[in-house]
Design a protein around this ligand. Sequence first.
Ligand SMILES: [Zn+2]
Length: 276
Amino acid sequence: MQLALRNGERVEAFPGGLAVCPTCGAEMIAKCGPRIMHHWAHQGRRSCDPWWENETEWHREWKNQFPVACREISYTAPDGEVHRADIVTATGITIEVQHSAMTDAERISREAFYRNLVWVIDGRGFRNNFDLYHMLPDPTAPMAADLVWFSARRGMDGANDGAFWRRSENPNAGRGSGSMVLIHPFRDIRREVMANYCGHQQYDWVRPRTTWLSARCPVYVDFGDEWLFRLEQYGGSSLRCVYRIAKRKFIHDAMIEMRAGDIASRFYPVGASAPV
Ligand SMILES: [Zn+2]
């Protein structure tokens, strides 16, 4: 942990330091070796929170994007269950930054416990299994309603470059078996798509960590650069896509939006505050 209680204040670890866990009240000792990230550890047992994973530099960098008062926040449910969230913003959004794989059962429990929750998952370990493909138009743009895209998959070169058919050209498509559709390549509408692009792209995640594909709370993948990719169903359809947003915008929005689902849902001019 980054912070522990000492004389009633939450402080960072320092050599030889002793403190108290803000969640369970147990003694904590500072771990400040020359080759490790300075942190607090429970004396004796691993952690009081079974959901807590060992902190990495990646966790620490994420927490440090937010004010100290937002980091490592203990929350007790009405039934007495207590857990410590990585980040809780002043507006009440919990952000869990997750490096390790997770079971469905734990993911479901955590979503039920925190409710107003966003996941940020460490994608660096599976970057080579995650292909980003062509842009998709804003699903709310008028042009999008007429287009049906073929799902991209590694090795399927045509669909990966973007292949679609038009509902208006194929009014009987989907009614009865064997109906043919007129397929178009992406290049036919490239300019129009680019004019209506707001961050959606097709992708394929080979050997996915499937729990994130069925998450109820928003999931953002961090590949270690300035972008995040939110896992989505394109326009509510069965087509999977990502929505790309700048990390800086995510952090900005998490601090001012009230609901996890509203992060990156609207545009704020630089310097403006939330709409009232
Ligand atoms: Zn504890």
